[in-house]
Design a protein around this ligand. Structure first.
Ligand code: FAD
Length: 432
């Protein structure tokens, strides 16, 4: 039958093409299904790719993707009534992040999967899974077509129907979700070069977010702004009747207003991110990857490298299971969990995110802004995670906390520093 494959991958976002490409490279027959006409066409979310992750040998090919800008600097603004503190981190060399457009990235990545031998069907929505004797055996599409796979890789994102139908993605509570609002403002390349350069910006100020960390990311001729909040009972109130109010306040900060003056808002978006761990990410014949598997750090707005890694690891786990003729949950998950556990980047970033989140959720915007203004070293995410622990240790006279902060700093040295190798890799392989 021509609708039988070794592996079926659902979703051509970040995780899907990575999984399909790897599985095809490992000699498997692969079908990649994507509901949109052009991969990434509706996705304006993930837009800055972490260089430290892409240095990993498994992800190095990603530098060949269409890139909008090489991000070399980071500025954070901490603004309250009496002052604005700006931390401008300018590494002496190297590239921090790749700024990308998802329609370009996902389409390129899908082509790479195709080149490796995967079959791709676009404009195809998966509506159900096929189950037999407690095994996931395939999927059913909106046209009623059935496709069978020894292993199904779910890469359909935050609210995947595959993971839900398989009973692995639970119903989420409001408090475990972040609602982000984004806007793209067209300014033209010259203006962006002048006002932003190759620098991403983060802002923290009362009334422009609810327990999140607003940003402005420069692309070639547009900048994308994002803000939002944890969906608890305080997100919407008399003062904030909707999340757009947070964005309006953000855009109306005098410093931001000047930077986007003369620009045209070309798109708006509202996105949900689930901020919780998914307990079980594998079933007989099924592996969840990327956001479907909860591999995202919504608070830091990071999930693309996690999606790439998990897609690749799912493909490796599937290939080994197929080789052994055993697609059981035990066989698939043993290898998958081992690969995840060995990935230092994923472990370190989860740790940073957890500490940051704890710090932000426990304090008011004013307190956080003030605390950050007192911190001598930079105001980036990593420094916040370390300093929060450090300062709490000093406040409570708790040497253990200080030691933890110190150990943490040591642990993340490879990711806190800017590695010139990343720039070299871009020069060698990139085609900006
Ligand atoms: C506002 C915002 C900003 C962000 N910024 C960043 C950032 O700068 N850096 C970063 O690393 N991460 C960022 N993230 C996170 C990042 O976007 C995600 O973690 C990442 O896209 C997850 O990849 P994925 O492949 O799991 O899912 P997705 O990228 O969402 O891809 C899922 C794909 O599956 C398809 N699909 C869904 N359902 C079906 C179906 N039933 N049948 C067929 N196809 C289907 C979709 O069309 C989509 O193409 C951001 C997220 C948000 C919300």
């Amino acid at each position: 039958m021509n609708n039988e494959y070794d592996v079926i991958v659902v979703g051509a976002g970040c995780a899907g093409p990575a999984a399909a490409k790897k599985a095809a490279e490992l000699g498997l027959s692969v079908l990649l299904l994507e509901k949109s006409q052009v991969p990434g066409e509706k996705n304006v979310s993930g837009t800055c790719l972490n260089g430290a992750a892409i240095l990993d040998p498994d992800l190095q090919y990603i530098v060949e993707c269409p890139t909008e800008r090489l991000i070399k600097e980071m500025r954070t603004y901490h603004i309250n009534d009496d002052r604005t503190t700006v931390f401008h981190e300018i590494p002496s060399e190297g590239v921090l992040l790749l700024s990308v457009r998802r329609d370009h990235l996902d389409s390129w990545h899908t082509e790479e999967a195709k080149k490796a031998g995967a079959e791709v069907k676009l404009s195809t929505t998966v509506v159900d899974i096929i189950e037999e004797n407690d095994y996931v055996k395939g999927v059913i599409t909106d046209s009623g077509e059935k496709y069978f796979g020894k292993v199904v890789i779910d890469a359909a994102g935050v609210n995947s129907i595959v993971g839900r139908k398989a009973g692995l993605i639970p119903k989420r509570k409001g408090t475990s979700m972040i609602l982000y609002i984004t806007a793209a403002v067209k300014l033209g390349e010259e203006v962006i070069n002048e006002r932003f350069g190759d620098c991403i910006e983060y802002y923290l100020s009362p009334d422009i977010q609810y327990k999140t960390w607003p940003w402005i990311f420069p692309k070639k001729d547009t900048v994308t702004l994002g803000t939002g909040g944890y969906m608890d009972e305080n997100l919407i109130n008399d003062e904030f009747p909707n999340v757009k109010k947070y964005m309006d306040n953000f855009m109306n900060l005098p410093i931001v207003k000047k930077k986007i003056e003369g620009g045209e808002i070309v798109s708006w978006g509202v996105h949900l991110e689930y901020d919780e761990t998914i307990e079980r990410r594998v079933r007989n014949g099924l592996i969840l990857t990327g956001e479907a598997g909860g591999f995202v750090i919504p608070f830091l707005g990071e999930g693309m490298p996690e999606a790439f890694f998990t897609g690749i690891y799912a493909a490796i786990s599937a290939a080994e299971a197929i080789e052994a003729g055993d697609f059981s949950e035990a066989k698939l998950s043993e290898r998958y969990e081992q690969l995840l556990g060995d990935n230092f980047f994923m472990q370190a970033f989860r740790h940073i995110a957890a500490v940051n989140k704890e710090a932000i959720l426990s304090k008011s915007d004013e307190e956080i802004t003030r605390m950050m203004q007192q911190v001598i070293m930079g105001g980036g995410f990593i420094s916040n995670a370390i300093h929060t622990k450090w300062m709490k240790g000093v406040e409570d006279e708790d040497m253990e906390l200080i030691q933890e902060a110190y150990d943490f700093q040591e642990l993340i040295v490879p990711y806190a520093s800017v590695d010139p190798d990343f720039e070299n890799l871009i020069k060698e392989r990139g085609r900006k």
